[in-house]
Every structure is written in C-alpha cells, then in structure tokens.
Write a protein that binds this ligand. Structure first.
Ligand SMILES: Cc1cc2nc3c(=O)[nH]c(=O)nc-3n(C[C@H](O)[C@H](O)[C@H](O)COP(=O)(O)OP(=O)(O)OC[C@H]3O[C@@H](n4cnc5c(N)ncnc54)[C@H](O)[C@@H]3O)c2cc1C
Length: 284
C-alpha cells in the first residue's frame, strides 16, 4: 500500500481549500469502500480528506420532509427516533446493508458516491424521489437522485464537489413502500434488489415508483414499469405484465454472485412480491 497523507478538516471551507491544494486527494467518509480500493491497489491517492469532523454533514433534520446529512451512518438511520415512522422503506434497506460493524461506520453519502449498482441506500431514495445536495466553495445545486448515478463508480459529482445531504419530501399518507433484497446469504451484496412505492386510491394506482439494484450499470429506476402501473386498477394480469416489463428493462451481468439470466428472473420475482405485498395480497 502506498503512503498517503490524511487530513481532518473541521469545516466544508477547509475541506474545499485542501482539495484545491491537492487536486488528486480523495474525500473519505466511513472508508468502507475507499480503504478496500486502496488496500487492493486500485486507488493510490496522495491524500485523503476526511469529512467526518464537519458538523453540518452529520445531522438528520425532520421538518415536514427531511434533510439527511451525507455523513450520517447507516446505524444512525436505523436508530433515529422519527425516521422509521416517516420513511420505513429507507430504514428497512439500511438494516440490510452489510454487518453491524460496517453499518456503524459506513455513511449514506458514501454509499451513493461510491455508485455501485448494488448500493442498498440508492433504491429507497430513488422511489422516494429524493434529491441530493452537491456543493463546492462557489456553487450549490440540488438534483434528483436518478440524475446522480452515471455508471459503475461514476456520479454526477464534479471533482471538488461534496455531497452534503439528501433532501426528502414527506410521502403521502396513502403511500406504501417496500425494499426486497436477494443475496447468496443474508449478509451479502445483492444478487438483485428492488424498492417499490405505490400510492393507491381505492383500487387505482395513482403513483408507482420502482427501482432495481445489481441488474444494470447503476441503481435503476424502472420508468416503463411505473408508467404501465400508474392510472390503472392492478390485477393479477397487470402484475404479470409488470414482471415481464421489469425483466426486459434491466441489463444484468454474470459475475461470481449470479448469472445474468438468474438476476433477470429474480427481478421479476421481486416485482411480483413487492406489488402483492404493497397491495396487501400476500406477505413478501
Ligand atoms: C464487508 C462489507 C460489506 C458491505 N456490504 C454492503 C451491502 O450489503 N450493501 C451495500 O450497499 N454496500 C455494502 N458495502 C459497501 C459500503 O459499506 C457502502 O457502500 C458504504 O455505505 C460506503 O460509505 P462510506 O462512508 O464507507 O464511504 P467511503 O468508503 O468513505 O467513500 C466511498 C466513495 O465515496 C466518496 N465520498 C464519500 N462521501 C462523500 C461525500 N459526502 N461527498 C463526495 N464524495 C464522497 C469517496 O471519495 C469514495 O470515492 C459493504 C462493504 C464491506 C467492506
């Protein structure tokens, strides 16, 4: 492992100043992805700039909607006193990420910035229509999260930009959502995963959001399936069509965890389970 300097700024301004001075330095949050990359010789930055001691990145604010600081750990999401009541799907996904040890240091921001197709926190945030707040010393912007992911390991972040937080609206009372993950064993990266959210008015689906993990270069919104479901009365036939469309919408690869054919099949099964669970037709 190559030697590198480690900086621990106490403010965003200090972090940006360091990044200006050492352009090849990388930001580090919990380090659960980046340190693996360094140890494996895939990354060799001259310096790491830790974001962990910057107070404004470390808070969860609930005010109608929510603002979740990017440095919030996965464990903090799980143990927050109010978050589960408003966004149960987010907390359910958090509980399925890695082990207790990983969850205690891994951050929600790091999970998004690493931009892995299997990032567990991406899916609930996609179906909740979250926005991400991206900041440099000179510019602030907020973009929908589905515009944040560009490719495996590649985000919309510009070199000096820091993901400072995640902005969520309050979901409607009629909204129900679910997160499902299939791994080889319980504590594993997903072979395929799915989050779904539906707002129903009587028998009719007013709003549908579906996002799938580990089945495309990025965590993927299933826009075509959503369009097919919205404005319709959900029937068994429609669920079967949604399964088919979901399987056609993804572009999985074969790797050590599963074949692409198996992943496609799992997505189809997860769509059926998610929809039936949300509609109260069966348990997932
Ligand atoms: C044993 C093990 C099991 C795991 N299991 C899972 C799992 O089940 N599901 C899953 O989704 N992931 C899993 N992971 C991956 C990992 O834990 C998560 O992706 C984690 O959330 C990354 O967050 P972090 O704070 O550790 O990021 P870091 O490693 O610190 O950073 C990751 C990347 O994001 C950048 N970055 C971090 N924060 C910011 C920011 N605020 N602004 C700009 N750039 C930033 C860094 O420069 C780096 O490129 C696992 C990892 C390990 C080692």
């Amino acid at each position: 492992m190559k030697r590198f300097n480690y900086y621990k700024p106490r403010s965003l301004d200090e972090a940006w100043e360091l990044k200006e001075k050492i352009p090849d330095a990388l930001f580090i949050a919990g380090g659960t992805d980046i340190l693996v990359g360094i140890k494996n010789g895939e990354l060799y930055p001259p310096a790491l700039i830790s974001l962990r001691s910057i107070p404004e990145l470390n808070s969860i604010k609930i005010n109608g909607g929510a603002h979740i600081g990017a440095l919030t750990t996965i464990s903090d999401l799980i143990h927050h006193p109010a978050l589960y009541n408003i966004y149960p799907v987010l907390v359910e996904a958090a509980k399925r990420l890695g082990s207790v040890q990983i969850r205690n240091v891994a951050t929600i921001g790091g999970n998004l910035c690493n931009c892995s197709p299997c990032a567990d926190m991406a899916l609930p945030l996609l179906v909740l229509d979250a926005k991400v707040r991206l900041q440099t010393a000179k510019k602030n912007r907020e973009i929908p999260i589905d515009e944040f992911f560009k490719g495996p390991g590649e985000t919309n972040l510009t070199p000096n930009e820091i993901l400072t937080g995640i902005v969520l609206e309050s979901p409607r009372k009629s909204a129900k959502a679910i997160f499902l993950k299939k791994g080889r064993v319980r504590m594993d990266l997903a072979i395929a995963s799915l989050a779904a959210l539906m707002e129903m008015e009587g028998e009719k689906c007013q709003k549908a959001r579906l996002a799938a993990g580990s089945v495309a270069p990025v965590p993927l919104r299933l826009f075509k399936v959503e369009a097919q479901l919205e404005g319709t009365t959900i029937t068994d036939k429609l669920v079967a069509e949604a399964q088919q469309l979901a399987a056609e919408s993804v572009a999985p690869i074969t790797d050590i965890r599963a074949t692409k054919e198996y992943r496609r099949q799992i997505v189809s099964v997860l769509v059926k389970r998610a929809l039936k669970n949300i509609l109260g037709w069966s348990q997932a």
